[in-house]
Design a protein around this ligand. Structure first.
Ligand code: PLP
Length: 389
């Protein structure tokens, strides 16, 4: 049976060139060693660092290699120095990834900081800028965390506008760019971010490697203490094989950004077919600027987990609303946060309980979604029947 992989936001398949780059790094020495093998390992690692920095218009010294997106986000949450003084408060968007939300909660619990405040989003999924402005009336030096693209809906937040507001405030902006990197162009200087997180496997690199990229002069205190690697900001011998694959994948993704934008035509065609099949289907975030490859839709009466299993049996890989951890799917906090004014929690829940996330990528074909529509429409019609009985 043919398989249709429509889950690029979970992880993107590795290209042969990336696998070759990873393999070349498996034979490297330890970049901290002073002998020839070590120096050669450092040279290839620093070359990868320079190439990655260039893609995001950052400085090579700003690239701190980590074990992936989650570690990069956790490291960012420990940023403590803002232009206006030591960070005394954290503001986070309500639809941030668990890597940011849970790290912020943990910091709150540890009482390292007096305040962690969550910012609401509009029904279209974008950050409520008025709420941010109200929060910024308090002059407390703040770390603001707003993701560039949401992993479930693909919704893009107005990060450059947020950065402009923060500049006058003297606060720090961390932007989780794990889903946006390799899908849209990211220029850290133009966006005005102080730090971004990136993960290799979301853009076609290997799992288990990523980076926190920071602007010049930003002080980062390490989460992992050890041999002083990454300019003392992340202890532990670097994952050279992963880093080489990361740089190769990021370069390939950037060369294909125009093709990636073209995926929006398939996404739109699929959403039109969904609507034709079931006019009541809710496309989450459809009114906002979105990543071209992502669609999140839900219909009351359906169950995400059942849908994912039925589609898997038919050869189609998609995600159930929130990316599940350890196979467990729970109701999406992102979709709940997007509750439309006038909608009750229950109504949002019903659509969200039947939500699916479809995400395309470099190996997708124009008709990959056709079979999905067939199976989904079938299940939706059965749910209708059941409701009528
Ligand atoms: N941030 C976002 C927005 C994500 O989508 C993910 C992964 O799903 C992460 C962070 C964590 O990245 P990683 O899987 O590399 O730990």
């Amino acid at each position: 049976m043919s398989r249709y992989y429509l889950d690029y936001n979970a992880t993107a398949p590795v290209r042969p060139q990336v696998a070759a780059a990873v393999t070349s790094g498996l034979h490297a020495g330890n970049p901290s060693s002073v002998h020839d093998e070590g120096r050669r390992a450092r040279a290839v690692m620093d070359d990868a660092r320079r190439r990655l920095a260039r893609l995001f218009n950052a400085r090579p010294e700003g690239v701190i290699f980590t074990s992936g997106g989650t570690e990069a986000c956790n490291l960012a949450l420990h940023l403590r120095a803002a232009p206006a003084g030591p960070v005394r408060r954290i503001l986070i968007g309500k639809t941030e990834h668990a890597a940011v939300l849970k790290a912020a909660q943990a910091i709150g619990i540890q009482n390292e900081l007096p305040a962690v405040q969550v910012l609401p989003v509009h029904p279209d999924g974008t950050l409520d800028m008025a709420a941010l402005e109200v929060a910024l009336q308090d002059a407390t030096p703040t770390l603001v965390c707003v993701m560039l693209a949401n992993n479930e809906t693909g919704v893009l937040h107005p990060v450059a506008d947020i950065a402009a507001k923060l500049r006058a405030h003297g606060s720090v902006l961390f932007c989780d760019a794990v889903q946006a990197a390799g899908k849209i162009a990211i220029d850290m200087q133009a966006l005005g971010c102080d730090a971004i997180s990136v993960s290799a496997h979301k853009l076609g690199g290997p799992m288990g490697v990523g980076a926190l990229i920071v602007r010049n002069g930003l002080v980062v205190s390490p989460l992992l203490l050890g041999g002083g690697q990454e300019l003392g900001r992340r202890g532990g011998s670097e994952n050279i094989a992963g880093i080489l694959g990361f740089a190769a994948a990021a370069e390939m993704a950037h060369q294909e950004l125009v093709d990636f934008a073209g995926l929006g035509a398939w996404r739109d065609a699929m959403e039109a077919a969904l609507k034709e099949s079931q006019p009541q289907v809710e496309i989450f975030g459809a009114q906002a600027p979105r990543l071209a490859n992502t669609s999140c839709f839900g219909l009351a009466g359906l169950n995400s987990e059942t849908l994912v299993m039925a589609l898997d049996l038919a050869g189609i890989a998609v995600s159930a609303g929130a990316a599940c951890s350890s196979g467990k799917v729970s109701r999406s906090h992102v979709l709940a946060a997007m509750q439309t004014r006038g909608q009750t929690e229950g109504q949002v829940g019903e659509n969200a309980d039947g939500a699916l996330r479809v995400s395309f990528g470099w190996q997708s074909q124009a008709d990959d979604w056709h079979r999905l529509i067939e199976i989904w429409s079938d299940l939706a019609a059965k749910a209708d029947q059941l409701a009528a009985e």
